[in-house]
Design a binder for this molecule. Sequence first.
Ligand SMILES: NC(=O)c1ccc[n+]([C@@H]2O[C@H](COP(=O)([O-])OP(=O)(O)OC[C@H]3O[C@@H](n4cnc5c(N)ncnc54)[C@H](O)[C@@H]3O)[C@@H](O)[C@H]2O)c1
Ligand SMILES: [Zn+2]
Ligand SMILES: [Zn+2]
Length: 367
Amino acid sequence: MRAAILEAVGTPIEIGDVDLRGPRAGEVLVRIVACGVCHSDLSVIDGSFPSPLPVVLGHEAAGIVWEIGSDVTTVAPGDKVVLTPLPPCGRCYFCTRGQTTLCATWGSSLFTSLLADGTSPLSRNGDIVYRGLATAAWAEQAIMPEAGVVKVDDDVPLETACVLGCAVQTGVGAVLNTAGVEEGATVLVLGAGGIGIAVTQGARLAAASRIIVSDPVAERREAALGFGATDVIDPTDADPAAVALELTGGIGVDYAFEAAGQASLIELGIAATRSGGTIVCVGAPPLDQGISIPMAVAFTSTEKRLVGCLLGSVHSQRDIPRFLALWRAGRLDLDGMITSRMPLAQTEAAIDRLRNREGIRTVLTVG
Ligand SMILES: NC(=O)c1ccc[n+]([C@@H]2O[C@H](COP(=O)([O-])OP(=O)(O)OC[C@H]3O[C@@H](n4cnc5c(N)ncnc54)[C@H](O)[C@@H]3O)[C@@H](O)[C@H]2O)c1
Ligand SMILES: [Zn+2]
Ligand SMILES: [Zn+2]
């Protein structure tokens, strides 16, 4: 099959042929229809999130079930599905506590670029090709564990629904699941790319009273206003923490979300958040970036909470149908997040759009 392959860090993606084996017990072979381009893919390409190579990336996908392995009972060939990079095994320590994005069986696939059994379903001339970000969906087909596909209704357009796979699960999940933002709360969102826009929409769904969005790109600040932002900040022009304090009567926001992938913005979020408030780390900063809390006692005595967030702490089998229901009700805008669609052959140009911060989400159409 055709796939977009990263051969070496920092080199352009090339379209080429790779082999994909058929589905084994408990697995599903999906014909990919569409797959978004996320900054986490770019982080592998530029080396800030290392993966073994060569690798096929793409982890925000939707498609049609083509073939099922033995023991697969919840989907059948022909079903439309949204793929999810962090499926629950349902049985491990974390899954049984409802923290399915931390699944002990499937969670490591994100970091190893392998299936849970330590192999890859992809190869080329007999040599291994890695399954990037636990999906490898910048390709005509993908192998997923059964729990890694979520069946959707026949009338759902897959070239739109694909953004549920990462951006929407992550951003909306960060608000509704990780943070549990309550009605009337004040929210600061740092970064208005695909993830930040989804956080903004999540805050609107949660009926936050103030949704303050910071991004240096004017077009993205403008877009944020259409997705529920009440105030926007250009961080090159004003200190977002100072503005957030001013807009909340000197108290600070109830919740701050780092959605740009820069560790220093976590520190900014801590400064902008009120005593007792919550800072949610959604962005994935490069491995060499850390944060410091210089006067730790101030953190102690202000009872702030700093929490990590992996894929919006979702339970995909519950949340993808839930978010689609909100989309049907007109309360979650998926179509508006997709600012361009390009064929798989133009993967490198689509990545350039992400690098250059053009539009919000670019989706590769495959089928
Ligand atoms: N936690 C998770 O499970 C998860 C899931 C998906 C993506 N991510 C991460 O989330 C981050 C965002 O992903 P994306 O696809 O939206 O990326 P993106 O590149 O589309 O958006 C990032 C945005 O941050 C903005 N930004 C840059 N500097 C800023 C600053 N100083 N203040 C405010 N905004 C600033 C950029 O202008 C851009 O609009 C990445 O680090 C990505 O790896 C995490
Ligand atoms: Zn992603
Ligand atoms: Zn599990």
